[in-house]
Design a protein around this ligand. Structure first.
Ligand code: SF4
Length: 310
């Protein structure tokens, strides 16, 4: 990792740069923006108690974006060689200009939207259909937390497991790419749980081999967890350079609208900590080293968590 260069550290707080034990924190030096995420706001039609973004109806912690907000970042990202634009929330299909935003982004790159595939998407299928004719493909990743309707609906509301599957079947038949995101349990047999989805997919009329992205527990925004601190030494002793390159903050950024301003954060997982606000442009953000201070950094370190499908 080399000698600490003060000019590359941002912000300049002791807590950011050094662990409570006095060791230099581990960090990632961003190398590219292969994927640029847009957080379309923390408004959601559902009220899931486990939401890592704290999203729910009326939540305004992160505000919805307009096409005018997004356009300059798409232009800057294209100049930097970004290969994919991805959209998360909240529920992106709650955002009034989401179709216009996707219509613009799909002129330039592949796009991915994370969705709960309930009413906001189900009610807009007619609006997304024309996006099939764009220059680049649109993929939708649907949250289907467990291969168990009752367990899924306990968090997301009665009937939403079957509604999500029905909407998935419709968007798959329309010709969009689909995948799912699910939650994992500690010490689970990952392959066995993934296999438990296959009969559900088959019965719903979607491909049995639909890609599954597995997420660990991320906890609610603002949570303070007692996790081990990651030092520079941890990052070089336990991770190779190639493994450090796989951290999302090495190859992606996330743009959010906070306090009415468009800001660039280090990744999709740290928007509840303003020390990960890396500036108002992608170029500025690329200058900033990403310190492994957030409790979710430990999840990345220990479990290799990633929102990316790249
Ligand atoms: S949560 Fe993971 S991807 Fe985000 S800044 Fe921390 S280590 Fe990087």
């Amino acid at each position: 990792m080399g000698v600490v260069n003060k000019s590359l550290l941002s912000p300049d707080s002791a807590e950011w740069n050094v662990t409570p034990e006095g060791d230099p924190r581990g960090y990632i030096q961003p190398r590219a923006i292969d994927e640029l995420w847009f957080h379309t706001g923390t408004g959601c039609n559902l009220r899931c108690p486990f939401c890592l973004e704290g999203s729910m109806p009326g939540n305004n912690r992160l505000q919805p974006m307009t096409l005018t907000d997004v356009k300059p970042f798409i232009a800057e990202a294209l100049a930097l060689g970004t290969k994919q634009f991805s959209f998360t929330g909240g529920e992106p299909f709650m955002v009034s200009e989401i179709i216009e935003i996707l219509d613009h982004a799909l002129d330039f790159n592949t796009c991915l939207v994370l969705t709960n595939a309930t009413e906001p998407l189900a009610n807009r299928l007619g609006r997304i259909a024309p996006l099939l004719g764009k220059a680049f493909p649109l993929s939708l990743r649907v949250s289907l937390d467990y291969p168990d309707p009752e367990k899924h609906d306990a968090g997301r509301g009665r009937g939403n497991f079957s509604l999500a599957l029905k909407t998935m079947r419709q968007i798959h038949r329309m010709g969009f790419n689909i995948s799912i995101a699910r939650q994992s349990a500690e010490n689970e047999d990952v392959e066995a749980v993934n296999r438990a989805y296959q009969p559900i997919f088959e019965e719903a009329g979607i491909p049995a081999d639909t890609h599954i992205v597995v997420f660990p527990e991320f906890h609610e925004p603002g949570s303070h967890l007692d996790v081990p601190h990651i030092t520079e030494s941890c990052m070089t002793t336990y991770k190779t350079a190639a493994e450090r390159d796989q951290f999302m903050c090495s190859f992606s950024k996330m743009v959010v609208k906070k306090g009415g301003r468009m800001r660039v954060y280090a990744c999709t997982l740290v928007d509840d900590d303003d020390e990960y606000d890396q500036g108002g442009s992608l170029a500025e953000a690329m200058q900033a080293r990403v310190m492994m201070k957030h409790h979710r950094c430990y999840t990345c370190f220990a479990n290799g968590a990633s929102c990316s499908e790249l």
